[in-house]
Ligand binder design. Structure first.
Ligand code: A2H
Length: 253
């Protein structure tokens, strides 16, 4: 890890009806799962959101009257970054366990899937980002591995009350061409290394190394406003687009 603060883009994933029971009392407000990403240019490829079933989350109100859901750790950081009305303070409106917010229908920015779902990922870390991760299986080996796990294992879906229609209709979307890896670079790396599951830690680390640098320096956008342009030239522009349309916000830790 570097010495300076890490900048993330928080992507606002709006909860749609029906709200999970624990959040119904907040139904008069817009409620968002806020996912921390380093790759705002990949949001065209979102297929779902990841939540860790056994981790604690909180719902709190921002100064614009929206409800954000993240770990308490991230909420604390956000309240020191002027997200809330009172500097250094946030009020926990609802305490949640990840499993309380699984299987929720969401509207996410940029993706062509009209509605996506919050699904279980067991490898989410509690000491990084917001504990909410947006899933881009075309370009993230971790996301692809976790999605394949859910697709392959009906028992895994059932354990967390995930219905087939929340998982099976969703496929990686070609959004970036990476030289030598094609237009689904995470899938290519997963296949090449014969990764078996989201717990295949060493191989997943290797897969990430294989595709990331190349993706960043030589990747070309295949979709959207900056189609045909290099990733390194459009990353900031697409981040700005999210911020300007109030679909994203910058967060540091
Ligand atoms: B990235 P860094 Cl397409 N636990 O977003 C595990 N992973 C987390 C996390 C947590 N608590 N919080 C965020 N992340 C993920 C997109 C993406 C990401 C793509 C490709 C690579 C990639 C879509 N998922 O990350 O350790 C988020 O996934 C490569 C590491 O702070 C976030 O960006 O560097 C990234 O890890 C942050 O990881």
């Amino acid at each position: 890890e570097g010495v300076g603060p890490q900048e993330y883009t928080l992507v606002k994933m709006k909860l749609l009806e029906p709200l999970p029971v624990k959040l119904r009392k907040l139904s008069s407000k817009a409620i968002y799962l806020v996912a921390a990403t380093l790759r705002p240019e990949t949001m065209y490829g979102q297929t779902n959101c990841w939540i860790r079933p056994d981790m604690k989350y909180v719902a709190f109100e921002t100064k614009s009257g929206e409800i954000f859901i993240s770990t308490a750790r991230a909420a604390k950081n956000m309240c020191y970054q002027a997200f809330t009305n009172k500097e250094g303070h946030y009020e926990v409106l609802v305490e949640l366990l990840g499993q309380d917010i699984l299987g929720c229908a969401l509207k996410a920015p940029m993706t062509n899937y009209e509605k996506i779902y919050s699904l279980p990922m067991l490898t989410i870390k509690d000491n990084k980002g917001t504990g909410v991760v947006t899933s881009v299986p075309s370009d993230s080996p971790d996301d692809y591995a976790a999605l394949v796990d859910l697709k392959k294992k009906q028992a895994f879906r059932e354990k967390y009350g995930i219905k087939d229609e929340m998982v099976l209709p969703f496929y990686p979307v070609p959004i970036i061409e990476v030289p030598d890896f094609g237009n689904l670079s995470a899938v290519a790396a997963y296949d090449k290394l014969k990764i078996q599951s989201q717990n295949d830690k060493d191989k997943l680390a290797e897969a990430k190394e294989m595709v990331y640098l190349k993706g960043f320096y030589d990747g070309i956008m295949l979709v959207g406003e900056y189609k045909g342009k290099k990733i390194q030239d459009v990353k900031k522009l697409l981040q700005k687009n999210l911020l300007d349309t109030n679909q994203g916000v910058i967060y540091y830790e």
